[in-house]
Design a protein around this ligand. Structure first.
Ligand code: HEC
Length: 92
């Protein structure tokens, strides 16, 4: 009985962890990133940058912290998806 409880706790904390981390979906991100491709080539612009870092940069753009030409309106989930796609598109 005790073992079963521990297993349950471990399973649910693993779930909570993957929810908190950048669980971006690269396939969904590909569609959401279409609007970015006009100006960005992720294989060049974000080569070697991790999904976490890209997400941080995109959030900075969304928050208006850069002089980005295009105003971006993306939810946190959109940012995670686009970041996952950009990170996966760097050809490595
Ligand atoms: C009209 C052209 C254009 C479009 C469309 C565009 N960008 Fe950009 N983006 C730029 C340019 C130019 C820069 C570099 C200079 C700057 O920050 O404005 C840039 C920079 C960035 C940066 C780096 C910011 C930093 O802090 O280093 C990120 C991240 C970014 N863009 C994300 C996106 C995403 C995500 C999209 C699509 C949702 C997008 N951009 C669409 C032109 C564009």
């Amino acid at each position: 009985m005790k073992t079963k409880w521990v297993t349950l706790v471990m399973a649910s904390s693993a779930l909570a962890f993957s929810g908190a981390a950048f669980a971006g979906d690269a396939a969904a991100g590909e569609k959401k990133a279409e609007a970015c491709m006009e100006c960005h080539d992720p294989a060049e612009d974000f080569a070697g940058v991790s999904a976490d870092e890209i997400a941080g940069k995109i959030k900075g753009v969304v928050a208006g912290q850069t002089k980005h030409k295009k105003k971006l309106t993306l939810s946190d989930a959109d940012v995670a998806d686009v970041a996952a796609y950009f990170a996966a598109a760097d050809g490595k």
